[in-house]
Design a protein around this ligand. Sequence first.
Ligand SMILES: C[S@@+](CC[C@H](N)C(=O)[O-])C[C@H]1O[C@@H](n2cnc3c(N)ncnc32)[C@H](O)[C@@H]1O
Length: 296
Amino acid sequence: MALCFHSVMSAAGDEDAASRLFELANAPAVAFRTAGGAEVSIRQDPANSTTGGCVWETAYLLAQWVEREIESGRGRWGRRWKAHLCGTGPAVRCLEVGAGCGLLGVALAHAGGDVTLTETADAMRNLEWNVEHNPLPPTCRGSVAARRLHWGDPADIQAAVSNGPFDLLLGTDVIYCASLVEPLLQTLQQCMHTHSTCWLCCQVRCPDSHEAMMRLAPKYFRTVNTRDLSGFMYAEELECFLLELRLPLNAVEKGVDAVREKKRSSPREKAEQRGRARKRTRREDGKEAAWGAIKT
Ligand SMILES: C[S@@+](CC[C@H](N)C(=O)[O-])C[C@H]1O[C@@H](n2cnc3c(N)ncnc32)[C@H](O)[C@@H]1O
């Protein structure tokens, strides 16, 4: 019998969120209801030798945060996802890295995403079991698949890339071992295109790994934002935050963008664009300086 996330979290009692989540992590299976009313049931696997044997706190958090973006139709991906649900746009293609038991990816597929969940070979059996045992109803606009993706493994990355392109890359609790940070960053970078966004929901478990992530991420990504989740569910109590990564535009796309601008702009618009570009340069200088301070 699966322990329901929503019932445990909303039950009366003095326990804090951490104790309730501990109870969930120790159940043989957990149930989660999507905003659209679908119920997924996820088997946990305490015998699994990897950390992927249970659903971690940030998986529930990111699932609900993405659903809130979809419902509100906010931001680029919320708008695109909503358009797909209304039948007026393509599906948002998601790749989840280090998916563990698969709660986040399976829930988002039920919410209409086109989701590929990935894991190491050791965690694949339970992940595949969960994908198989949570079939999407015929009315669902999503799709779901599971495949092996060991961070930094060229063959796995190549196979994942050929299955893309992916719009949204997602990961929860994947920053906990300093030696895995660079292979993870390489994998994310190679699986993204210039308009993709990566959201990693983090809880600082290992300060060295987080320091490595913040130091190395600007080597791979133009945008490295930390988004405060305070006020959202138990994010504050458990000190969870969202790390948002985006790539630089490549030369070809910059050229295409520039041509589009040229065709469209009147002299007045051009003057405004020059003003915006100056502001952007100042902001980026500021960001560089901030990262410089972290690096030293
Ligand atoms: C702390 S668990 C988080 C699992 C899941 N994302 C969640 O929040 O419930 C970290 C996950 O990263 C996966 N992982 C660790 N090293 C990996 C690697 N080199 N390549 C791919 N996945 C890896 C583990 O198997 C594990 O499932």
